[in-house]
Design a protein around this ligand. Structure first.
Ligand code: ASP
Length: 345
């Protein structure tokens, strides 16, 4: 690796946290403190620059405004750097990585999100390896000088995953993330093995098309046996609401209660977009497979395929930020925009 320039954007998260001596709780600390625990980063033949959120935040406090700020930073420095590393708390990292994948259209350079389960100041930290390898991936180019990873990824515990395919799976293990419906983009052992056949292929002639708007008027609604009509009616009929990610059973099934179909149809008729995502971590929504799924199709519910919840909700925010017409949003949801869903041929 040589002659590359990488920008590290520190947003906060456990990786840079310190224990508050009064409360005993972990709280965000500044970037200089963080980097002082990873001096080996300076050994790379890569020029590293940094910028920080001030103050750094716990990722539970992340909002769409923070995603826009990240896009502004990346777009403003896009030509100066070969890759970007976003240091971020693990709790909402999959949402941020998904949001960035939509907002950074036709991305031709790596944007690698990483963090850690233990602060870098702790002896058994996973933060050092995550940070060092993320920088190496962000700097990596092929023999023709093209980025090895021209997309938004999450690097954690030896695996590089597509950002909008990833879910946080553990609050305990170092193996905090998995992309259940898409194979790893790279595996880091003794060598970093890049699976380039699995990566996106941006149009390098066209360049980056950044977007700076998201509309967050969406809810995630999970079905369960005994789901109550009055409560669901109350939420879904709210005129402020524009879209619903509905988490259904198995391959996209819902109770056959006539009221549910009626409420969903009313929502669709009033311009709301309802997307069907499975509560299962692995597999596809197939609304035609069972009668309990077929009825949703009749209520104008859109198929979310094998999308993660994080990806579906941020994709809706992105599409609603771009289009006022709900039919354009519905259409966008059925397209594979950034490798986020698997469409059967
Ligand atoms: N609460 C922390 C955060 O998401 C957890 C972490 O970084 O692992 O900011």
């Amino acid at each position: 690796m040589s002659n590359s320039r990488v920008l590290i954007i520190y947003t906060g998260g456990t990786i840079g946290m310190n224990r508050n001596p009064l409360t005993g709780a972990l709280e965000p600390f500044d970037f200089e403190h963080l980097i002082s625990h990873v001096p080996e980063i300076r050994q790379f033949d890569t020029e590293i620059s940094s910028c920080c959120f001030n103050p750094p935040i716990d990722s539970s406090d992340v909002t769409p405004d923070h995603w826009i700020r990240l896009v502004e930073i990346i777009a403003a420095h896009y030509d100066e750097f070969d890759g970007f590393v976003v240091l971020h708390g693990t709790d909402t990292m999959a949402y941020t990585a998904s949001a960035l994948s939509y907002l950074l259209e036709n991305l031709g350079k790596p944007v690698i999100c990483t963090g850690s389960q233990l602060p870098v100041g702790q002896l058994r930290t996973d933060g050092r390896e995550n940070l060092v390898t993320s920088v190496e991936i962000a700097a990596a180019k092929d023999a023709k000088g093209r980025a090895m990873v021209p997309e938004v990824g999450i690097y954690f515990n030896g695996r590089l995953l597509r950002g909008n395919r990833t879910t946080k799976q553990s609050a305990e293990e170092f193996n905090a993330f998995e992309s259940f419906n898409y194979p790893h983009l790279a595996d880091a052992g003794v060598n970093i093995v890049y699976h380039r056949d699995r990566m996106l292929r941006p149009d390098l002639e066209r360049g980056l098309q950044p977007h700076f708007k998201m509309d967050p008027r969406v809810v995630i609604f999970s079905l369960f046996p005994g789901v109550n009509e009055t409560l669901i009616r109350h939420i879904l009929s709210n005129p402020q609401l524009k879209a619903i990610v509905m988490r259904t059973f198995g391959s996209g099934n819902a109770p056959r209660s006539p009221w549910l179909q009626e409420v969903l149809l009313e929502a669709a008729d009033s311009g709301k977009v309802v997307v069907n995502i499975s509560q299962c971590l692995q597999g596809q929504v197939e609304m035609g497979r069972y009668d309990t799924g077929f009825q949703l199709q009749e209520a104008r519910v859109i198929c979310g395929y094998d999308s993660t919840v994080e990806s579906a909700v941020t994709k809706l925010m992105y599409l609603m930020g771009r289009y006022d017409d709900p039919d354009m949003v519905r259409k966008g949801m059925t397209l594979n925009l950034r490798g986020e869903i698997t469409l059967c041929e």
